[in-house]
Design a protein around this ligand. Structure first.
Ligand SMILES: Cc1ncc(COP(=O)(O)O)c(C=O)c1O
Length: 408
């Protein structure tokens, strides 16, 4: 493999160019990434040449249908799903989890149990908790010190009545990456299903539904250098078995049964631009192979680059005397960091950073229960979050640390 081609990478993102970018330093990537030119081109191409509905007996309709199905196959490869049939598109992950929970809820009886980890973004919490109204018992798998999830705690919660465990593959607030495969083994041994939220994981590492033995999973292409879109994975065993939100005449064992109404074609086809970008990046890196093999090489290089920047950021925050939350080091996590600086309100810190051209998140980032209750940060209004992606640079990290030093 060759050196990490950061200059080439940054040149692919119009929003990162000084003449286009309004913010010099993007460090709010966990809220949504920027997109490479290949995505913009694919969206423009779709809107320009095939902006019609599917199912028509004419060229543009056939082309947009084929283009969408080609991206469905690429997404299946991205997730290591055995078949494109398992890939459902939707507006965003939250809406897809809601659809899924309403459907799954219809298969449950009063007294059945669901376990939701305390690390969850509320998108993978509230739709399951709402099933309490139908007599389902929803338990929380609490975090321990450094916001770690312990398997022995899960084992204490699993019972013969457990039907589902909802777990994030990476915390959008703290970056923590639980051992999904180990959890999956416990969940399946108990006869329950595993629902994985890979929204914050997928921008940093390739999800693997087979290695994880996931029954259901969501991720959001708009965080993976793609357009605003959501994806749901449903295992073959569940597709067709769960009651789908479908129109009567559609087949149940088809992803279309889970895609009510007309989809955002330009976003779905546009996501193909992300895979083209990953292909080109893998070629730049000298990675052998194609498809998922090539993307695995690219993501491996992302992880190495992001870990270096994470180390730089953690060391800099410690030097400034910041209070950090979650895991102390670079292991077992993504390059996403939550912290507070002295008595400064998180929102004031984010505003200060914005004045220096740095985008940062502040508050609870929809991981409300984790931030406000498990970590007890309600009195100080949550925390500040900086989230690094592969297109960030050492200069970005130095810039945010210099701006924070003015406050410290
Ligand atoms: C971990 C995690 N899960 C779920 C979501 C919700 O995703 P969406 O915006 O696609 O509904 C987010 C969004 O920030 C997230 O970070």
């Amino acid at each position: 493999m060759t050196d990490f081609p950061l200059a080439w990478i940054r040149s692919q993102y119009p929003a990162l160019r000084p003449e286009t970018g309004t913010d010099r330093v993007f460090l709010d990537n966990a809220s949504g990434s920027q997109v490479p030119q290949t995505v913009i081109d694919a969206m423009v191409h779709t809107l320009t040449t095939m902006n019609v509905n599917k199912g028509g007996a004419y060229g543009a309709s056939e082309r947009v249908t084929a283009a969408k199905e080609a991206v469905r196959a690429q997404v299946a490869a991205f997730l290591n799903a055995p078949s494109p049939r398992s890939v459902v598109f939707g507006p965003n992950a939250t809406t897809l989890v809601e659809l899924l929970a309403q459907s799954f809820g219809k298969t449950l009886a009063a007294g059945d149990e669901i376990i939701v980890s305390a690390l969850e973004h509320h998108a993978n919490r509230d739709p399951w908790r709402r099933l309490e109204a139908h007599g389902v018992v929803v338990k929380t798998w609490p975090v321990r010190e450094e916001a770690r999830l312990a398997l022995r705690d899960l084992e204490g919660l699993l019972t013969p009545k457990t039907r589902l465990v909802a777990l994030t593959a990476a915390s959008n607030a703290l970056g923590t990456t639980p051992d999904v495969a180990a959890v999956s083994a416990r969940v399946h041994a108990a006869g329950a299903r595993l629902m994985v939220d890979a929204v914050h994981y997928a921008p940093h590492a390739l999800p693997d539904v087979q290695a994880w033995d996931a029954d259901m999973l969501v991720f959001s292409p708009y965080k993976v250098f793609g357009p605003h879109l959501g994806v749901l994975y449903l295992s073959d065993a569940l597709l067709g078995a769960l009651p789908a939100p479908k129109l009567t005449f559609l087949a149940a064992a088809d992803p279309i049964a889970w895609e009510p109404g007309t989809q955002n074609h330009e976003a779905i086809v546009g996501f193909g631009g992300t895979f083209r970008y990953l292909d080109e990046l893998a070629a730049q890196l000298g990675v052998q192979g194609s498809g998922r093999t090539a993307w695995a090489g690219a993501f491996g290089a992302f992880a190495a680059h992001e870990t270096v920047l994470l180390g730089q950021l953690l060391a800099g925050l410690d030097e400034l005397g910041a209070t950090r939350y979650g895991l102390p080091g670079t292991e077992g996590r993504t390059a996403t960091v939550s912290f507070n600086l002295g008595s400064h309100a998180p929102q004031a810190v984010a505003k200060h950073l914005a004045g220096h051209g740095v985008t940062a998140a502040s508050g609870h980032y929809y991981a409300y229960e984790l931030m406000m209750h498990s970590l007890g940060l309600s009195a100080c209004g949550g925390a500040v979050r900086l989230s690094i992606l592969h297109y960030n640079s050492a200069e970005d990290v130095a810039a945010v640390l210099a701006a924070l030093a003015e406050l410290a």
